[in-house]
Design a protein around this ligand. Sequence first.
Ligand code: TXA
Ligand code: MG
Length: 328
Amino acid sequence: MQGPERLTADAAGIARAAELLRAGELVAFPTETVYGLGADARNGQAVARIFEAKSRPRFNPLIVHVASAEAAASLVDLPEAGQRLASAFWPGPLTLVAPRRDDARIAELVSAGLPTLAVRVPAHQVARTLLHTFGGPVAAPSANPSGRISPTTADHVLDGLGDRIASVLDGGPCSVGLESTIIGLEAGEGRAATLLRPGGLPVEAIEAALGARLGPPPNAQAKVQGISAPGQLASHYAPSAPIRLGATRPLAEELWLGFGHSPGADLNLSPSGDLREAAANLFDHLRRLDHMGGGRRRIAVAPIPQTGLGLAINDRLARAAAPRDQPG
Ligand code: TXA
Ligand code: MG
Protein backbone atom coordinates (compact mmCIF):
# COMPACT_ATOMS: atom_id res chain seq x y z
CA MET A 1 0.00 0.00 0.00
CA GLN A 2 1.08 3.57 -0.70
CA GLY A 3 2.16 5.59 2.31
CA PRO A 4 -0.21 8.14 3.83
CA GLU A 5 -0.36 11.70 2.61
CA ARG A 6 1.33 14.10 4.99
CA LEU A 7 -0.71 17.26 4.60
CA THR A 8 0.47 20.73 5.49
CA ALA A 9 -2.07 22.50 7.68
CA ASP A 10 -2.83 25.27 5.18
CA ALA A 11 -6.06 25.89 3.25
CA ALA A 12 -5.14 23.40 0.51
CA GLY A 13 -4.12 20.65 2.99
CA ILE A 14 -7.24 21.12 5.07
CA ALA A 15 -9.44 21.07 1.96
CA ARG A 16 -7.79 17.78 0.95
CA ALA A 17 -8.34 16.32 4.43
CA ALA A 18 -12.04 17.26 4.28
CA GLU A 19 -12.30 15.64 0.86
CA LEU A 20 -10.78 12.41 2.21
CA LEU A 21 -13.23 12.42 5.14
CA ARG A 22 -16.12 12.84 2.70
CA ALA A 23 -14.81 9.85 0.77
CA GLY A 24 -14.97 7.70 3.92
CA GLU A 25 -11.20 7.68 4.50
CA LEU A 26 -9.31 8.07 7.77
CA VAL A 27 -7.55 11.36 8.47
CA ALA A 28 -5.37 11.94 11.52
CA PHE A 29 -5.60 15.54 12.67
CA PRO A 30 -4.23 17.67 15.50
CA THR A 31 -6.28 18.86 18.44
CA GLU A 32 -4.90 20.81 21.40
CA THR A 33 -4.94 17.60 23.50
CA VAL A 34 -3.61 14.81 21.24
CA TYR A 35 -3.88 13.83 17.57
CA GLY A 36 -7.18 12.21 16.69
CA LEU A 37 -7.87 9.52 14.10
CA GLY A 38 -10.89 10.95 12.32
CA ALA A 39 -13.70 9.52 10.22
CA ASP A 40 -17.10 10.84 9.12
CA ALA A 41 -19.26 10.01 12.16
CA ARG A 42 -22.33 9.48 9.95
CA ASN A 43 -20.61 6.78 7.89
CA GLY A 44 -20.60 3.42 9.70
CA GLN A 45 -18.08 1.81 7.41
CA ALA A 46 -15.68 4.72 7.75
CA VAL A 47 -16.04 4.42 11.54
CA ALA A 48 -15.39 0.67 11.31
CA ARG A 49 -12.07 1.50 9.65
CA ILE A 50 -10.99 3.35 12.80
CA PHE A 51 -11.25 0.15 14.85
CA GLU A 52 -9.52 -1.78 12.09
CA ALA A 53 -6.63 0.70 11.89
CA LYS A 54 -6.15 0.77 15.66
CA SER A 55 -6.47 -3.03 15.92
CA ARG A 56 -8.83 -2.51 18.80
CA PRO A 57 -9.85 -5.94 20.10
CA ARG A 58 -13.22 -4.52 21.12
CA PHE A 59 -15.53 -1.69 20.19
CA ASN A 60 -15.41 1.09 22.72
CA PRO A 61 -17.32 4.28 22.11
CA LEU A 62 -15.69 7.21 20.33
CA ILE A 63 -15.77 10.97 20.84
CA VAL A 64 -17.60 13.00 18.19
CA HIS A 65 -15.85 16.26 17.32
CA VAL A 66 -17.90 19.20 16.09
CA ALA A 67 -17.25 22.84 15.20
CA SER A 68 -19.56 24.52 17.71
CA ALA A 69 -21.65 24.07 20.83
CA GLU A 70 -24.74 24.51 18.61
CA ALA A 71 -23.65 21.56 16.50
CA ALA A 72 -23.09 19.54 19.69
CA ALA A 73 -26.58 20.46 20.90
CA SER A 74 -28.04 18.96 17.72
CA LEU A 75 -26.51 15.59 18.66
CA VAL A 76 -27.09 15.30 22.42
CA ASP A 77 -29.54 16.63 24.98
CA LEU A 78 -27.37 18.74 27.24
CA PRO A 79 -28.82 19.25 30.71
CA GLU A 80 -28.29 22.60 32.39
CA ALA A 81 -24.95 21.60 33.93
CA GLY A 82 -23.75 20.53 30.49
CA GLN A 83 -24.76 23.81 28.92
CA ARG A 84 -22.89 25.67 31.62
CA LEU A 85 -19.73 23.62 31.03
CA ALA A 86 -20.07 24.03 27.28
CA SER A 87 -20.20 27.81 27.49
CA ALA A 88 -17.35 27.93 30.01
CA PHE A 89 -14.93 25.54 28.28
CA TRP A 90 -15.77 25.03 24.60
CA PRO A 91 -13.83 25.18 22.46
CA GLY A 92 -11.37 23.32 24.66
CA PRO A 93 -10.10 20.07 26.18
CA LEU A 94 -13.48 18.98 27.55
CA THR A 95 -15.68 16.07 26.40
CA LEU A 96 -19.30 15.79 27.52
CA VAL A 97 -21.18 12.48 27.58
CA ALA A 98 -24.95 12.98 27.38
CA PRO A 99 -28.06 11.24 26.04
CA ARG A 100 -27.97 10.98 22.28
CA ARG A 101 -30.82 12.75 20.49
CA ASP A 102 -33.16 10.58 18.43
CA ASP A 103 -32.60 12.76 15.40
CA ALA A 104 -28.78 12.70 15.64
CA ARG A 105 -27.68 11.02 12.45
CA ILE A 106 -24.59 9.38 13.91
CA ALA A 107 -23.53 5.82 13.03
CA GLU A 108 -24.47 3.34 15.78
CA LEU A 109 -20.90 2.06 15.90
CA VAL A 110 -19.66 5.45 17.16
CA SER A 111 -21.27 4.96 20.57
CA ALA A 112 -20.98 1.16 20.39
CA GLY A 113 -24.68 0.70 21.07
CA LEU A 114 -24.85 3.04 24.08
CA PRO A 115 -27.77 5.46 24.42
CA THR A 116 -25.28 8.25 25.14
CA LEU A 117 -22.79 10.10 22.96
CA ALA A 118 -19.48 11.78 23.79
CA VAL A 119 -19.10 15.19 22.14
CA ARG A 120 -16.30 17.71 22.05
CA VAL A 121 -15.56 21.07 20.42
CA PRO A 122 -11.76 21.21 20.10
CA ALA A 123 -9.91 24.54 20.29
CA HIS A 124 -6.98 23.81 17.96
CA GLN A 125 -7.22 26.15 14.97
CA VAL A 126 -6.45 23.38 12.47
CA ALA A 127 -9.12 21.10 13.97
CA ARG A 128 -11.62 23.94 13.92
CA THR A 129 -10.92 24.82 10.30
CA LEU A 130 -11.12 21.16 9.33
CA LEU A 131 -14.49 20.74 11.07
CA HIS A 132 -15.83 23.89 9.40
CA THR A 133 -14.56 22.86 5.99
CA PHE A 134 -15.84 19.31 6.32
CA GLY A 135 -19.12 20.60 7.67
CA GLY A 136 -20.08 17.51 9.68
CA PRO A 137 -19.31 15.50 12.81
CA VAL A 138 -15.97 13.68 13.01
CA ALA A 139 -15.60 10.60 15.20
CA ALA A 140 -12.06 10.29 16.50
CA PRO A 141 -10.21 8.35 19.16
CA SER A 142 -6.57 9.16 19.82
CA ALA A 143 -4.51 8.29 16.72
CA ASN A 144 -2.42 5.47 18.21
CA PRO A 145 -2.52 1.71 17.81
CA SER A 146 -4.57 0.07 20.57
CA GLY A 147 -2.58 -0.22 23.78
CA ARG A 148 0.01 2.42 22.87
CA ILE A 149 0.25 5.96 24.18
CA SER A 150 -1.50 8.87 22.52
CA PRO A 151 0.37 10.79 19.79
CA THR A 152 1.17 14.48 20.20
CA THR A 153 2.98 15.03 16.88
CA ALA A 154 2.37 13.98 13.28
CA ASP A 155 5.53 11.85 13.48
CA HIS A 156 4.09 9.89 16.42
CA VAL A 157 0.99 9.22 14.34
CA LEU A 158 3.03 8.01 11.38
CA ASP A 159 5.23 5.83 13.62
CA GLY A 160 2.19 3.99 14.90
CA LEU A 161 -0.33 4.03 12.08
CA GLY A 162 1.64 5.08 9.00
CA ASP A 163 0.67 2.07 6.93
CA ARG A 164 -3.02 2.13 7.90
CA ILE A 165 -4.35 5.65 7.30
CA ALA A 166 -4.97 7.83 4.24
CA SER A 167 -3.37 10.97 5.62
CA VAL A 168 -2.16 12.98 8.54
CA LEU A 169 -2.67 16.71 8.80
CA ASP A 170 0.50 18.12 10.36
CA GLY A 171 -0.36 20.89 12.81
CA GLY A 172 2.83 20.67 14.89
CA PRO A 173 2.99 19.46 18.48
CA CYS A 174 -0.16 19.49 20.63
CA SER A 175 -0.14 22.21 23.29
CA VAL A 176 -1.99 20.30 26.04
CA GLY A 177 -0.53 16.88 25.36
CA LEU A 178 -3.08 15.11 27.59
CA GLU A 179 -6.45 13.72 26.50
CA SER A 180 -9.59 15.73 27.17
CA THR A 181 -11.35 15.55 30.53
CA ILE A 182 -14.56 13.54 30.16
CA ILE A 183 -17.66 14.51 32.14
CA GLY A 184 -20.77 12.33 32.28
CA LEU A 185 -24.17 14.03 32.35
CA GLU A 186 -26.80 11.51 33.26
CA ALA A 187 -30.34 11.97 32.08
CA GLY A 188 -32.75 13.14 34.74
CA GLU A 189 -33.40 16.08 36.97
CA GLY A 190 -30.87 16.84 39.69
CA ARG A 191 -28.29 14.27 38.65
CA ALA A 192 -24.73 15.31 39.36
CA ALA A 193 -22.15 15.67 36.65
CA THR A 194 -19.53 12.94 37.08
CA LEU A 195 -15.84 12.65 36.23
CA LEU A 196 -15.43 9.80 33.74
CA ARG A 197 -11.80 10.50 32.84
CA PRO A 198 -9.39 13.06 34.23
CA GLY A 199 -7.58 14.94 31.49
CA GLY A 200 -6.34 18.25 30.16
CA LEU A 201 -8.98 20.38 31.88
CA PRO A 202 -8.50 20.42 35.67
CA VAL A 203 -11.34 19.13 37.83
CA GLU A 204 -11.09 22.24 40.01
CA ALA A 205 -11.90 24.48 37.04
CA ILE A 206 -14.92 22.36 36.21
CA GLU A 207 -16.23 22.38 39.78
CA ALA A 208 -15.75 26.15 39.96
CA ALA A 209 -17.79 26.64 36.79
CA LEU A 210 -20.53 24.33 38.09
CA GLY A 211 -20.49 25.79 41.59
CA ALA A 212 -20.73 22.19 42.78
CA ARG A 213 -18.55 19.14 43.33
CA LEU A 214 -18.43 16.50 40.64
CA GLY A 215 -20.18 13.30 41.64
CA PRO A 216 -18.36 9.99 41.66
CA PRO A 217 -18.67 7.94 38.48
CA PRO A 218 -21.80 5.71 38.34
CA ASN A 219 -19.61 2.97 39.76
CA ALA A 220 -15.89 2.65 40.35
CA GLN A 221 -15.45 0.62 37.19
CA ALA A 222 -17.02 3.30 35.06
CA LYS A 223 -13.93 5.44 35.31
CA VAL A 224 -12.63 5.36 31.79
CA GLN A 225 -8.92 6.00 32.40
CA GLY A 226 -8.07 6.20 28.72
CA ILE A 227 -9.68 2.85 28.03
CA SER A 228 -13.30 1.99 28.29
CA ALA A 229 -14.82 0.08 31.15
CA PRO A 230 -16.08 -3.00 29.31
CA GLY A 231 -17.63 -4.63 32.36
CA GLN A 232 -19.66 -1.57 33.21
CA LEU A 233 -20.64 -0.89 29.64
CA ALA A 234 -21.51 -4.49 28.86
CA SER A 235 -25.03 -4.36 30.20
CA HIS A 236 -25.89 -1.51 27.80
CA TYR A 237 -24.84 -3.48 24.76
CA ALA A 238 -26.93 -6.52 25.46
CA PRO A 239 -30.24 -6.87 23.69
CA SER A 240 -32.95 -8.19 25.98
CA ALA A 241 -33.47 -11.25 23.79
CA PRO A 242 -31.28 -14.30 24.43
CA ILE A 243 -28.50 -14.82 21.88
CA ARG A 244 -27.07 -18.02 20.38
CA LEU A 245 -23.72 -17.79 18.61
CA GLY A 246 -22.13 -19.77 15.79
CA ALA A 247 -25.54 -20.60 14.31
CA THR A 248 -25.23 -21.97 10.76
CA ARG A 249 -29.02 -22.05 10.58
CA PRO A 250 -31.83 -20.90 12.87
CA LEU A 251 -33.83 -23.27 15.06
CA ALA A 252 -37.60 -23.03 15.28
CA GLU A 253 -38.79 -19.74 16.77
CA GLU A 254 -35.37 -18.10 16.45
CA LEU A 255 -34.58 -14.96 14.48
CA TRP A 256 -31.42 -15.38 12.42
CA LEU A 257 -28.72 -12.74 12.02
CA GLY A 258 -26.71 -13.82 9.01
CA PHE A 259 -23.18 -13.18 7.79
CA GLY A 260 -22.07 -14.03 4.25
CA HIS A 261 -24.25 -16.58 2.44
CA SER A 262 -27.15 -17.03 4.88
CA PRO A 263 -30.32 -17.85 2.93
CA GLY A 264 -33.47 -16.88 4.79
CA ALA A 265 -31.71 -14.73 7.37
CA ASP A 266 -33.97 -12.14 9.00
CA LEU A 267 -31.14 -9.62 8.71
CA ASN A 268 -27.62 -10.04 7.39
CA LEU A 269 -24.57 -8.24 8.82
CA SER A 270 -22.92 -8.44 5.42
CA PRO A 271 -24.25 -10.65 2.60
CA SER A 272 -20.85 -10.47 0.90
CA GLY A 273 -18.97 -11.43 4.08
CA ASP A 274 -17.27 -8.05 4.47
CA LEU A 275 -16.22 -7.52 8.11
CA ARG A 276 -16.16 -3.73 7.79
CA GLU A 277 -19.76 -3.72 6.63
CA ALA A 278 -20.65 -6.20 9.39
CA ALA A 279 -19.10 -3.96 12.06
CA ALA A 280 -21.01 -0.97 10.75
CA ASN A 281 -24.29 -2.94 10.94
CA LEU A 282 -23.75 -4.83 14.20
CA PHE A 283 -25.48 -2.64 16.80
CA ASP A 284 -28.23 -1.52 14.46
CA HIS A 285 -29.11 -5.09 13.44
CA LEU A 286 -29.06 -6.43 17.00
CA ARG A 287 -31.37 -3.63 18.04
CA ARG A 288 -33.75 -4.24 15.14
CA LEU A 289 -33.93 -8.00 15.71
CA ASP A 290 -34.49 -7.47 19.41
CA HIS A 291 -37.36 -5.17 18.52
CA MET A 292 -38.74 -7.60 15.90
CA GLY A 293 -38.85 -10.40 18.45
CA GLY A 294 -40.35 -8.28 21.21
CA GLY A 295 -37.18 -8.76 23.28
CA ARG A 296 -38.06 -12.43 23.84
CA ARG A 297 -37.40 -14.39 20.66
CA ARG A 298 -33.91 -15.82 20.65
CA ILE A 299 -31.48 -14.33 18.14
CA ALA A 300 -29.23 -16.86 16.42
CA VAL A 301 -26.07 -15.32 15.00
CA ALA A 302 -24.10 -16.80 12.10
CA PRO A 303 -20.40 -17.58 12.69
CA ILE A 304 -18.10 -14.59 12.22
CA PRO A 305 -14.45 -15.25 11.27
CA GLN A 306 -12.00 -14.48 14.07
CA THR A 307 -9.76 -12.22 11.96
CA GLY A 308 -9.40 -8.44 11.62
CA LEU A 309 -12.55 -6.66 12.78
CA GLY A 310 -14.05 -10.10 13.47
CA LEU A 311 -12.28 -10.08 16.85
CA ALA A 312 -14.14 -6.99 18.03
CA ILE A 313 -17.42 -8.20 16.54
CA ASN A 314 -17.10 -11.57 18.29
CA ASP A 315 -16.08 -9.90 21.55
CA ARG A 316 -19.25 -7.82 21.49
CA LEU A 317 -21.44 -10.77 20.52
CA ALA A 318 -19.96 -12.90 23.31
CA ARG A 319 -20.87 -10.16 25.81
CA ALA A 320 -24.37 -9.95 24.41
CA ALA A 321 -24.73 -13.74 24.70
CA ALA A 322 -23.30 -14.02 28.23
CA PRO A 323 -25.74 -14.79 31.07
CA ARG A 324 -27.14 -11.49 32.29
CA ASP A 325 -26.38 -11.93 35.97
CA GLN A 326 -22.64 -12.26 35.31
CA PRO A 327 -20.37 -9.28 34.83
CA GLY A 328 -18.83 -8.56 31.49
O1 TXA B 1 -8.47 14.46 23.87
C1 TXA B 1 -9.18 13.52 23.53
O2 TXA B 1 -10.20 13.19 24.18
C2 TXA B 1 -8.79 12.75 22.28
C3 TXA B 1 -8.90 13.71 21.10
C4 TXA B 1 -8.60 13.06 19.78
O3 TXA B 1 -10.20 14.26 21.09
N1 TXA B 1 -9.59 11.60 22.07
C5 TXA B 1 -9.51 10.49 22.87
O4 TXA B 1 -10.31 9.45 22.44
O5 TXA B 1 -8.78 10.41 23.83
P1 TXA B 1 -10.20 7.95 22.98
O6 TXA B 1 -11.08 7.11 22.11
O7 TXA B 1 -8.78 7.54 23.05
O8 TXA B 1 -10.86 8.01 24.38
C6 TXA B 1 -12.24 8.32 24.46
C7 TXA B 1 -12.81 7.84 25.75
C8 TXA B 1 -12.82 6.34 25.84
O9 TXA B 1 -12.29 5.96 27.09
C9 TXA B 1 -14.30 5.99 25.75
O10 TXA B 1 -14.62 4.85 26.47
C10 TXA B 1 -14.96 7.23 26.31
O11 TXA B 1 -14.16 8.26 25.81
N2 TXA B 1 -16.32 7.38 25.81
C11 TXA B 1 -16.71 7.70 24.56
N3 TXA B 1 -18.04 7.69 24.44
C12 TXA B 1 -18.53 7.36 25.65
C13 TXA B 1 -19.85 7.18 26.19
N4 TXA B 1 -20.93 7.33 25.43
N5 TXA B 1 -19.95 6.83 27.51
C14 TXA B 1 -18.85 6.68 28.27
N6 TXA B 1 -17.58 6.83 27.82
C15 TXA B 1 -17.42 7.17 26.54
MG1 MG C 1 -6.94 6.74 23.47
